[in-house]
Structures are given as structure tokens and as C-alpha cells.
Design a protein around this ligand. Structure first.
Ligand code: BEZ
Length: 394
């Protein structure tokens, strides 16, 4: 203060000090909270999962639009990148969103391989991440972390209940077909664990991802004559699978079961999809207000029918809306944000749900059958299913 007081009176020097302190300390806090909230999105917009990624993104944006395009009173900016379902390129893409774009939240992916990679990166960076699809068990299991949430499912949640369903239907010998990567493999493992309880047989038939050439496998199935087939394919590959299964003449003699095979695809599959049975944490015919609202507004915005992928994107938006309201938009208060996310109840089109300790939805798994082109609920496969989160220590 001495140098300053040589030129100006003491009271003036003090006033300058106080004003500078305010400018340096308080103004950045104010501007950080006034700046746009940045959401980095890594989803597939090309290839076999293109429709899944597009529906998740559009429904996420729709939900935030319904909140005035704001989160916690702040405007929102999206930085959206096509994952191309490419695991090796995903490291650079995720790092760019975190380090260069400095996103406040990361949303993605669809593909489990990318999901595991993303989990490793954000566990180190601390970026609050919401997984709106990828089902790899590890994401909310062995690699769980306080800053990682999932609004979709685990592989286990959508495969274990099927064992019981198919055993009760009297099947003893089942062919399991799936894309040979993390989600497909974990689907098979959980299904075998629950189905083959008393000597039932599962014949393993993995196929390369994302290929959709099934003819030679169907020839084998015709010669094996199993009681049923349980298959995991989704998006474009699922459309091809269901059409080819019918064209191969298997549809009427060997019943087809799945999780995602007919989700969002029945229109493209036409009559080939009739009678396919699936288990999923949603059905378009669920009678609740959130579902009615999503179906109407999603159709108006995109011209498309809502499906589970839209639901998961929509619920990601709801989670962000609730958590950001709770902290008045202060994204630097990560501890409070995470606490708000942990205690949120999501008013989802699948029915209201809460998060487990590992940050995965606790949810009901429905049994559905394609009837007149729609996945109609024919029962409940398992109620309020909580994943065991094996290896998660949080
Ligand atoms: C996955 O890779 O986890 C996945 C992809 C599409 C549908 C369901 C799961």
C-alpha cells in the first residue's frame, strides 16, 4: 500500500483494492454461471446404430427444449460427434470433448465397447457422464464411479429374466445368436446362467459385428431344429435378421425371442416381425402421462415414432433438468450435482424410476409380443430389477 499511498490518499487505495478483489474473485464465478452449459454428445449417426443415436440425441434435446432450452437457468450448447461405432477412434473424440471443448457434461455412447473406454477416461477427468444406452455391466459394475450415471440398462438386466421366460415356455434346447462384442457376449452369459439351470441346452452362435449376413447360420439352425432362438441384434442389422429369418422359413416352426430385435424396427420388418417375443424396460403401449407426452412431442419434432432409444435420451434430459435446478445451474458444485442426480426420481415414459447405488436404473422388465406391427405388453418378465453391480465399490 506504501507505493500507492505516495500518489493517492489511503482511503482511495483501499477502495481500489476492494474493487479489484471483487473483479478477480466474484466476477469469474458470476460469468461461469452465466455462460452456456456445454453438453458433449458422442453417439452413432451412421451405420447400423444410426437410428438409435439419432433418437437418443433428438429426445435429449426435446426434453431440454421443453425446459425452455435451459438447464438451471443457463442456456445450453451442444457439441455432438458421430461415434461411427468406432472404439479405437473414441479415445481422441472423448478427450477432445473434455479437454478442448471443455464440456460440462458428457452424454454417450450406444456401443458397449466405446462405453467401457469412455468410463476409463471420465473416471480420471471427473467429467459428469450420462450413458444413455451402452449396456456393458462394468460401466455401473467394476468401473463404476461417482461421476458416471446410466439411464438405460445393464446387459444382465435384459438377459437374465429371459431364462425364466423361455424355460416356463417349455423350451429345452435354444440357439443363442448375437453380435460378438461386449453387449452380445454378456447377454449370452446372463441368459445361460439363468436358462440352463437344470440341464437345458444353449447352442452358441456368435456373428461378427456389424455384419448382417445370416443365411449360413439359418441353414445350421434348420438342421439343428432347436425349440427356439434367442437373438441380440439392433437397428439396421435387426431389420435384416428378422426379414431373413422369415424368408428362410424358420419363423413359423422355431419361435424367435429377443430384447432389441423388434424395437423401433417393426415398420421396416413388416409381417416378418409378427409374433416375435421380447423383453425390454419399455413398451409404446404403456399407459402413463410421460409416455403420452413423449410419443406426441417426439412425433411432432422428428416425424418418427418414439422407441426405447428416444425414452433413454428423454430421461437423460430429465436427469439434467432436475440436477441443474437443484444447484441453480452451478456446474462447478460437482458434489451437490452428483448428490442431486443420485436422489432424483425420473418421471420416465417407462414408468418412474430411481437409481441404484451404482447409478443404474432400478426398473421393470416387460414381456412383449409383436401384434399387428406393435410390441404389445403380454406380461411382466421381472419387476423392479436392480443390477447386482458386481465389483462396484462406491
Ligand atoms: C450395446 O452395445 O450396449 C448396445 C447396442 C445396441 C443396443 C443395445 C445395446
Amino acid at each position: 500500500m506504501k507505493n500507492l499511498s505516495t500518489f493517492i490518499p489511503d482511503f482511495l487505495a483501499r477502495a481500489i483494492m476492494i474493487i479489484s478483489t471483487i473483479l478477480f474473485c466474484v466476477l469469474p464465478i458470476f460469468t461461469a454461471n452465466a455462460a452456456k452449459v456445454k453438453i458433449g454428445i458422442l453417439l452413432p449417426y451412421t451405420g447400423t446404430y444410426a437410428k438409435l443415436g439419432t433418437h437418443i440425441r433428438d429426445a435429449l434435446m426435446l426434453r431440454i427444449e421443453q425446459n425452455g432450452n435451459t438447464l438451471g437457468g443457463r442456456e445450453v450448447e451442444y457439441i455432438s460427434v458421430d461415434s461411427e461405432m468406432n472404439v479405437s477412434k473414441s479415445t481422441n473424440r472423448i478427450n477432445k470433448l473434455i479437454k478442448k471443448d471443455k464440456v460440462d457434461f458428457l452424454v454417450g455412447p450406444v456401443h458397449s465397447g466405446i462405453g467401457i473406454n469412455m468410463t476409463r477416461i471420465v473416471t480420471k477427468s471427473g467429467t459428469i457422464t450420462i450413458v444413455p444406452n451402452a449396456g456393458a455391466n462394468q460401466i455401473t459394475g467394476k468401473y463404476c464411479a461417482p461421476n458416471i450415471f446410466r439411464t438405460s440398462f445393464t446387459s444382465w438386466q435384459l438377459a437374465y429374466p429371459m431364462g425364466d421366460v423361455m424355460r416356463k415356455a417349455g423350451h429345452k434346447k435354444v440357439v443363442m445368436m448375437y453380435w460378438n462384442y461386449t453387449f452380445g457376449k454378456q447377454t449370452k452369459e446372463a441368459f445361460v446362467e439363468s436358462f440352463a439351470e437344470s440341464g437345458e441346452e444353449v447352442i452358441d452362435m456368435p456373428t461378427p459385428f456389424p455384419q448382417a449376413e445370416f443365411q449360413s447360420y439359418f441353414t445350421k439352425i434348420a438342421s439343428i431344429q432347436p425349440d427356439a432362438v434367442f437373438a441380440f441384434y439392433s437397428g439396421g442389422g435387426a431389420v435384416q435378421f428378422v426379414k431373413d429369418y422369415a424368408a428362410a422359413g424358420l419363423k413359423d416352426s422355431i419361435p424367435l425371442y429377443s430384447s432389441f430385435l423388434t424395437e423401433g424396427t417393426t415398420k421396416a420388418q413388416g409381417a416378418s416381425a409378427e409374433g416375435v417375443i421380447s423383453i425390454l424396460h419399455y413398451s409404446r403401449d404403456l399407459d402413463n402421462e410421460a409416455n403420452r407426452r413423449l410419443k406426441k412431442t417426439f412425433k411432432a419434432k422428428t416425424g418418427e415414432e418414439a422407441d426405447i432409444f428416444a425414452v433413454q435420451g428423454y430421461d437423460t434430459g430429465s436427469l439434467l433438468v432436475q440436477a441443474m435446478d437443484a444447484v441453480n445451474g452451478d456446474t462447478r458444485n460437482k458434489k451437490a450435482l452428483i448428490q442431486a442426480m443420485e436422489s432424483s426420481v425420473i418421471d420416465s415414459p417407462r414408468g418412474p424410476f430411481t437409481f441404484s447405488k451404482a447409478h443404474n436404473p432400478i426398473q421393470t422388465i416387460y414381456l412383449r409380443k409383436v401384434t399387428n406391427g406393435e410390441n404389445k405388453i403380454i406380461g411382466v418378465a421381472a419387476k423392479n430389477v436392480e443390477d447386482a453391480a458386481v465389483g462396484c465399490h462406491m
